[in-house]
Ligand binder design. Structure first.
Ligand code: NAD
Length: 317
């Protein structure tokens, strides 16, 4: 077991639950403090310490870091893309201030490592749509993307100016069965599996040929841990690494589900989230992550679909 003491902020969200469980396996349950605004998630109960925390309260966060001798922070609390468009000023405030609170406490307390995720939402309509490179035109049009891009600049700034060891990934849309998604534009790719099993039909809020970069949660958790475990000298990108798993459209995921449930049908009624999706890349070039710390995804669409349906069937009894 390692000696690090980790704080996960936003531990009850879609990524937080699975990341907290994975970190507890590696570091020991008591060495990973889970925190969130919400009540403790069912899957976290009994696996390690849980504290109620509003990351916007910097003093409370600072006290928690000192009291628990925290050495690493994973900051996952955020307002996601679709929710952000409903209240842009709130999304900006929460997404920026939470990061600044963590970075500043990291600097003051000399914390070892910080993890904060960015997103493919940093790219905008003027970025190349296919195999979007690490360094390219970045002109996000959603408030979520703008806050992630600004956050990346702050991470790089804290690293260069104060030596803070902060690391980040531009996650694509994440697909999982353990914990529900939290208001993103790619949430359809989780809902569609549930509805296929529950109703045999899904009404999709994106059009059938909307390609977006996606990733199955086990790959995202592994990428996060591999990045955080990598020797600091190998991390050449201190803003956020491009990260790629797979790329598909609603029509293609429906086809993959129909391989298992032939009677499954989908109708398409695009809403405001279509505009968000249209501004994003269709696929991502993650060559820098592969070169620097050896990133390789393991799941494609058929393999993910088989695993999602198997686990959801078990979960739903
Ligand atoms: P989520 O919405 O499922 O979870 C976020 C958690 O943060 C929630 O449990 C929420 O209660 C908590 N939270 C919100 N405000 C808080 C506050 N003030 N104090 C403490 N906790 C608070 O989000 P997620 O999908 O798990 O995303 C985690 C991170 O990954 C975010 O930064 C998100 O932008 C990023 N990301 C996610 C995806 C995806 O597809 N899920 C894709 C790209 C990037």
């Amino acid at each position: 077991m390692k000696k690090d003491k980790i704080l996960v902020i936003g531990a009850c969200g879609q990524i937080g639950v699975e990341l907290t469980l994975a970190l507890r396996k590696m570091y020991g349950g008591n060495n990973v403090v889970a925190s969130d605004l919400r009540e403790e998630h069912e899957l976290l109960k009994g696996t390690g310490p849980y504290v109620s925390l509003d990351v916007m309260n910097k003093e409370m966060l600072h006290v928690l870091v000192i009291r628990h001798n925290i050495t690493q922070v994973y900051l996952l609390a955020a307002i996601l893309s679709a929710t952000g468009e409903k209240n842009p000023l709130l999304a900006w405030h929460i997404n920026m201030q939470s990061l600044l609170n963590v970075l500043d406490i990291a600097k003051e307390e000399g914390l070892d490592k910080i993890y904060w995720p960015s997103s493919i939402a940093v790219f905008g309509p003027n970025s190349p749509k296919e195999t979007t490179p690490q360094h390219t035109i970045i002109e996000p049009t959603t408030i979520y993307g703008i806050s992630k891009f600004a956050g990346e600049r702050w991470c790089e700034y804290y690293h260069h100016r104060y030596g803070t060891d902060v690391r980040s990934l531009r996650y694509p849309g994440l697909i999982s069965y353990k914990s529900a998604p939290g208001g993103g534009t790619t949430d359809y790719a989780v809902e569609i599996y549930h509805e296929a099993l529950d109703e045999g039909h899904y009404k999709c809020f994106l059009s059938e040929n909307t390609y977006l970069p996606m990733m199955y949660m086990p790959d995202a958790i592994r990428a996060t841990i591999e990045l955080m475990e990598a020797d600091s000298a190998r991390i050449t990108v201190r803003s956020a690494y491009n990260l790629s798993g797979m790329s598909f459209s609603p029509k293609e995921i429906a086809g993959a589900i129909q391989q298992h449930i032939p009677a499954f049908t989908v109708s398409y009624e695009p809403d405001y989230r279509q505009d968000i999706a249209n501004s994003w890349p269709q696929s991502i070039d993650d060559g820098e992550a592969a070169k620097d710390w050896g990133w390789q995804p393991q799941y494609d669409l058929p393999k993910m679909t088989e695993d999602m349906l198997k686990n959801l069937k078990e979960q739903k009894g």
